[in-house]
Design a binder for this molecule. Structure first.
Ligand code: KIV
Length: 267
């Protein structure tokens, strides 16, 4: 039997990075070629995000993405990686009950090779149930793209004191329910820094300032190859790079050295 000399990072390794004060780098990935390259650069986490509905499938929102799509792309990514931790999104309406969430999370892990599933919102009942079945969970607060039809627009969340306090308390509830990681999307940098310092679990920001324990960006945005408008909080890392590999390396280093995001890419 051929032994793989490199083993993937575990949820404990991610927790240790936070304890040591080392920033965590994360990028979305949807296919084997980018998975191998991102893994080779040393990015800690690859997120198979349901953003694939927009950047791969060409939809306006993430809502049309199915669990079968997510399993397919998770498998493409997990087969090509060696070291990076792979986490996958539970798509819209795939976790309306604990039993449905567990069935779909099991598919992402058994067929897709994901090590953790991510779900949007403060579904503490679902998080607790999944964690009880041995499924590591990442929460996602702030801007929730699956709620776009209620939100009306992709915009910064937690701007008023009441909204900010709700996000802060929800973050604690998710941690108490057993989440091992939290993504904060499009929230003021000071709120995200407070939450990151209060929680024991790593907090990964996207449009949430440099005070988070790590950063994630959508791959197509940071390579400036997306079909839509790049969000203000993202950065075109291709601008000063000679190759895609150089751009990925620059992003990885900027996250590790806490030079990204600057105030220009924060709220
Ligand atoms: O789907 C995705 O890519 C995400 C990130 C925006 C965090 O959830």
């Amino acid at each position: 039997m051929i032994q793989n000399p490199v083993t993937p990072l575990t949820v404990h390794d991610l927790a240790a990075l936070k304890r040591r004060g080392e920033k965590i780098s994360c990028l979305t990935a949807y296919d084997a070629s980018f998975s191998a390259l991102i893994d080779h650069i040393g990015i800690d986490i690859m997120l198979v995000g349901d953003s694939l509905g927009m950047v791969v499938q060409g939809h306006d929102t993430t809502l049309p993405v199915t669990i079968t799509d997510m399993v397919y792309h998770s498998r493409c990514v997990s087969l090509a990686r060696q070291r990076s931790f792979v986490m996958a999104d539970l798509p819209f309406m795939s976790y309306t009950t604990p039993a449905l969430a567990a069935k779909n999370a099991a598919r992402l892990m058994q067929q897709g090779g994901a090590q953790m599933v991510k779900l949007e919102g403060t579904r503490v009942d679902i998080v607790r149930f999944l964690v009880d079945q041995g499924i590591p969970v990442c929460g996602h607060l702030g801007l929730l793209p699956q709620m776009i039809n209620q939100l009306g627009a992709y915009k910064v969340q937690g701007k008023t004191p009441d909204e900010a306090e709700k996000i802060r308390l929800d973050a604690h509830l998710l941690q108490q329910a057993g989440a091992s990681l939290l993504v904060l999307e499009c929230v003021p940098a000071d709120l995200a820094a407070t939450i990151s310092s209060e929680l024991a679990i790593p907090v990964i920001g996207i449009g949430a300032g440099v005070g988070c324990d790590g950063q994630v960006l959508v791959l197509q945005d940071m390579l400036n190859i997306g079909i839509g408008k790049r969000p203000r909080f993202s950065k075109d890392f291709m601008q000063e790079a000679d190759s895609i590999a150089d751009a990925l390396r620059a992003y990885h280093l900027a996250v590790k050295q806490a030079t990204f995001p600057s105030s220009q890419h924060s709220f």
